[in-house]
Design a protein around this ligand. Sequence first.
Ligand SMILES: [Zn+2]
Ligand SMILES: [Zn+2]
Length: 155
Amino acid sequence: MAGQVPGGDSHAVGRIGELLRTHGLRRTVPRIAVLVAIEPIKGHLSVADIHQRLLEATADDAHAPDLATVYRTVTTLVEHGVLHALTVESGTTTYGLAKDAHHHAVCTRCGDVIEIPASRLARALRNARAASSFALSDEAGLTLHGLCPRCQNAQ
Ligand SMILES: [Zn+2]
Ligand SMILES: [Zn+2]
C-alpha cells in the first residue's frame, strides 16, 4: 500500500495504519495520505494546505485525493477522535493529531499553528488555574499568539 500513498514511506504508513486501527477505522489511501501529511509537522494544517501537500507529494496529480475527498476524510478523522480542529482568527479551520495533550501557538502573520506539549505548559496552567479559579485541564487547550520562526526571519 505504501506505493499508492502520496509521500508515504513504509514506516509512516505502518504507524498510521495502526493508529487508524485503534480508532476502529479502516485503512484507506486518503486517510493514510492525510495523516502522512499532518504527522511530521507537529502542528495543524487547513484542508487546502493538506491538499496542496498531497499534490506536491504525488508525481501524477491524478493519484492525489481531490479537495472534496480531503475534506470528507478530515471530517471522518475528527469524528473518530484521530484529529481535532482548531479555528484560527482568520476563520480558517485547521486540523492536527488529537493524541498527546497539547496547546497551540498560532502565528499572527501567516496563521501557522504549532503544537506545544501540555507538559511544557503545566506550570503556566497551574498558575492560570490559581489566578482565575477556572477549572483548566491539560486538554483545555491554551492558544498562544506570536510570530512563527519563518515570519520572525522575514522581519
Ligand atoms: Zn492540536
Ligand atoms: Zn508565521
